[in-house]
Write a protein that binds this ligand. Structure first.
Ligand code: HCA
Ligand code: CU
Length: 380
């Protein structure tokens, strides 16, 4: 699994997040930050959604970013006509193919969907820009319908077809099977889009890549409709683990934290404590056994190297689980000269206190300092 491309949809799917309202300035700031981080594509809200959306789309196209700019539209000629005039590098077209959407949303049958798709695709292609055709709710669509429309659009020359788990129902095996099957049917690239309702969004994206997908949709912190989609940072963590060199050369990993903070502030949320890479405890080691091994060789309990992301490792030393190796290392950091026996004595004291109440790092430091002072005066 390498050479995958990221279609970053914070400014499209992310705008569907409950809290999201992006001003023009904020969109520009986020687009620049995404571009700088190194994503391949930036997907923007449909210019048919509102007048301001259209103006913002035009403005972002004029920024001269390295990333290609896409906009996302319904499979409809009215939307396509507006989209191609904005200056985008490509258009992502989507239509619902599942029986749920056909019956309760747009009410069109497969023959109509296919006919409209062909018209829209040929129109966008005639403007010389990229075109992707995707089916909403792919995993609850009829497989024969799905493969037949993808084969048709592949033959008329789309750049990519897309699979979307719109409702977050798919599991990694289903994703692998569907993408694998599709890989045998089309010769164009395959984009995938996974919602995270049951916590599968990163695993599904990874399985899609294993099965031959080429493009993954993400958003910063995963923001999107309901509880969102594959988070950019989480996908990066996964792909770093799979192919460290590629990910480190392609993306400016040190900027991930700032990028997430920028988006978190914009939509008035905080970065979750357990977030991939940047969560506040993502590199905190606590149990005595873990701390000892981490101090000897971080790889023992770390699959991600925090310094590759501009993050720091932290060894927790103020709990009943703390071991003397961690305390010894802290004493050394504080420049307190102590024998192993003395460190073990003070560790026992720390554990005793931590059994009664929670300790802060400062509590441990002051215990260490007073213990050390007592050694100097000959009391210990
Ligand atoms: C939505 C649309 C979409 C589109 C995905 C795609 C989805 O329902 O808001 O274009 O591939 O999840 O189906 O985000
Ligand atoms: Cu979506």
């Amino acid at each position: 699994v390498r050479n995958f491309k990221i279609i970053e949809s914070t400014l499209r799917e992310g705008e569907q997040f409950a809290n999201a309202f992006f001003t023009t300035e904020k969109k520009i700031e986020i687009a620049k930050a995404l571009d700088d981080f190194g994503v391949d594509y930036i997907e923007l809200t449909s210019p048919a959604a509102s007048e301001q959306s259209r103006l913002d789309c035009e403005k972002i196209c004029k920024l001269g970013l390295k990333a290609k700019i896409l906009t996302h539209i319904r499979c409809h000629m009215d939307d396509a006509r507006i989209a191609v005039e904005t200056g985008v590098d490509g258009v992502d077209v989507v239509i619902g193919t599942s029986s749920f959407l056909r019956e309760h949303s747009h009410g069109k049958d497969m023959a109509y969907i296919t006919k409209t798709a062909i018209e829209v695709i040929n129109f966008v292609k005639s403007k010389g820009i990229e075109i992707r055709f995707s089916s909403e709710d792919s995993f609850r669509s009829d497989l024969v319908d799905l493969l037949s429309i993808y084969r048709t659009v592949d033959q008329i020359g789309v750049n990519r077809v897309g699979i979307a788990d719109t409702v977050g129902c798919a599991n990694p095996r289903q994703v692998y099977d569907l993408v694998r099957t599709l890989r045998g049917v089309v010769s164009c690239d395959i984009e995938t889009h996974f919602h995270n309702d049951t916590g599968m969004a990163i695993a599904n994206a990874y399985c899609a890549l294993e099965a031959g997908a080429t493009h993954i949709d993400t958003s910063v912190l995963g923001i999107g409709e309901r509880n969102g989609i594959t988070p950019l940072g989480g996908l990066i963590a996964r792909m770093y683990t799979a192919d460290k060199e590629y990910v480190m050369n392609k993306y400016k990993l040190h900027q991930l934290r700032d990028l997430e903070n920028l988006v978190a502030d914009a939509v008035e949320i905080t970065v979750p404590f357990n977030n991939y890479i940047t969560g506040y405890c993502a590199f905190t080691h606590k149990a005595g056994i873990h701390a000892k091994a981490i101090l000897a060789n971080p790889s023992t309990y770390e699959i991600l190297n925090p310094s590759d992301f501009g993050m720091s490792r932290y060894v927790h030393i103020a709990s009943r689980l703390t071991g003397w190796n961690a305390i010894k290392s802290r004493a050394e950091q504080l420049n307190l000269d102590m024998t192993d026996e003395q460190v073990k004595m003070v560790t026992a004291k720390i554990k005793q206190m931590a059994d009664i109440r929670t300790l802060a790092m400062e509590d441990v430091d002051s215990l260490l300092r007073s213990f050390h002072a007592a050694i100097l005066t000959g009391d210990k």
